[in-house]
Design a protein around this ligand. Structure first.
Ligand code: PA5
Length: 444
């Protein structure tokens, strides 16, 4: 199997007895997910649990067909979405294909992600890229009303209509709710190809639905392998036991939180993991940060950030622990060659592979940080391909759900996100927000 978790460096921080003390809470958390418990918070949003085996096969085939069509008729795919409707696909493409995918994609379409900010500069830049080439749009919004993607779609739909006239709709793929929402209504009326975000799968758990699968497939990534990795994780991490590494990781996080650690730093030594770090921050931050509780998820790419945040991690406030995602096999290799003159003093590395140097940096750092009272959990993964990605996605989704339930929150809602939205709508003059608008205006 592709994932092995190493808890050895936790030993001086968390004892076996500590782990065992959480078993009753772990049993409750597991029951919340599996026993159709009416008292389980967010029990309407457990659809992701069986998604790797229980997905709509007809739609899956349509996703592949749509991906092929886009690959054949478009130089660019513009993916419009925010949060859970954007991060997963973006992270997956960078994980498997690399952060420079748009430079290395060859004949495959370049993929740009917009609708995840309200920056005119960002939108204008991508509009400029699309002006003189054939492009398609995948607009993704579960609610169908989120303002950032709605504005971006407004702009790109106009561009498509200017370019393709009444054939514009043939280049729009809408991923949204099956029956409701503004985007769903538009898709029906204007006859876009539609893909569904299942009702029982929340945004941040939706990467293995059409939300992630269509852009990922357009990038030429094997979505069968992705689902198969997730399916193997589903099987492997299904038993309620501390021998289940996924559950043990969830418990370890909560024990560290109880012992005063406030921040979990997700670490990778692969820059192509940068967007996965963002996905992880959303997954854990939105799932656990509520009711005044929750670990604050942060991230770093090492060894890059050892030259910036490394100082704080080694020596600053002792409020951190690290979850290191380490890859056994590198996507490619570089061997350090002997230099006759040893002018750069690197001959002590001659014959070494760079991946093995990277690995030793990882071990050295984990030991140094552990000595500096920063507990380390190491998640070893075989490699950075679609199968391992699917396995890792499911591992983290499940760990997050179990961890949130142990913490005593609903890991599937995000009530806090609504607060800024209401204020923003009020300040923008959206009908229905007049009272709040007056109140906010008086404060600014
Ligand atoms: O995880 C979540 O639920 C959020 O991040 C949403 O995905 C995000 O707010 C976008 O919502 P929507 O897909 O409804 O536009």
């Amino acid at each position: 199997m592709s994932i092995k978790v190493n808890f050895d460096l936790l030993k001086s921080f968390v004892t076996d007895k500590d782990f065992e003390s959480v078993i009753p809470a772990l049993n409750i958390a597991h029951g919340f997910l599996y026993e159709n418990n009416v008292n389980a918070p967010g029990n309407h949003a457990h659809g992701w649990l069986d998604l790797p085996i229980n997905y709509d096969k007809e739609e899956f085939a349509r996703i592949k067909a749509a991906a092929k069509k886009i690959q054949n008729d478009s130089k660019i795919l513009v993916v419009i979405g925010i949060g859970g409707s954007s991060l997963g696909a973006r992270a997956a493409i960078e994980f498997v294909k690399g952060k420079n995918y748009n430079f290395t994609c060859g004949k495959l379409p370049k993929i740009f992600f917009v609708g995840n900010s309200m920056s005119p500069a960002e939108l204008n830049e991508v509009v400029g890229f699309c002006k003189d080439v054939d492009f398609s749009v995948n607009v993704i919004s579960k609610s169908g009303t989120t303002i950032e993607p709605a504005i971006a779609f407004h702009i790109f739909k106009k561009l498509l209509t200017e370019k393709y006239g009444d054939k514009a709709n043939e280049r729009i793929y809408a991923t949204t709710d099956a029956v409701k929402g503004t985007l769903h209504g538009m898709a029906l009326k204007e006859d876009y190809e539609r893909f569904v975000i299942p009702d029982d799968v929340g945004g941040r758990y939706s990467v293995l639905t059409a939300v992630g699968l269509l852009p990922i497939a357009v990038a030429g990534i094997d979505i069968d392998a992705l689902m198969s990795g997730a399916a193997d994780s589903r099987e492997k991490y299904s038993v309620c036991s501390l021998d289940n590494d996924c559950y043990k990781y969830a418990v370890a996080r909560q024990l560290l939180y109880r012992s005063g650690k406030a921040i979990e730093l997700f670490i990778s030594y692969e820059p192509d993991f940068l967007l996965m770090n963002e996905w992880l921050k959303q997954l854990f931050g939105e799932s656990e940060g509520k009711e005044g509780k929750g670990l604050y998820p942060s991230s770093a790419i090492y060894s890059t950030d050892l030259h910036s945040m490394g100082q704080y991690v080694q020596d600053g406030a002792r409020i951190l622990f690290e979850t290191v995602v380490h890859f056994e096999n590198s996507k490619s290799e570089i061997e350090i060659e002997l230099d006759e003159d040893d002018s750069d003093g690197l001959n002590f590395l001659a014959g070494e592979n760079l991946s093995s140097i990277n690995k030793r940096a990882c071990i050295a750092t984990a030991l140094a940080h552990t000595d500096g009272k920063v507990p380390n959990i190491i998640i070893n993964v075989d490699g950075m391909d679609a199968y391992n990605l699917g396995a890792l996605i499911y591992f983290f989704e499940k760990a997050c759900a179990i961890s949130g339930y142990i913490l005593g929150v609903n890991p599937f809602d995000q009530p806090g996100v609504e607060v800024y939205k209401k204020n923003m709508f009020a300040l923008l003059g959206k009908p229905g927000y007049e009272e709040l608008r007056a109140e906010l205006k008086a404060r600014i």
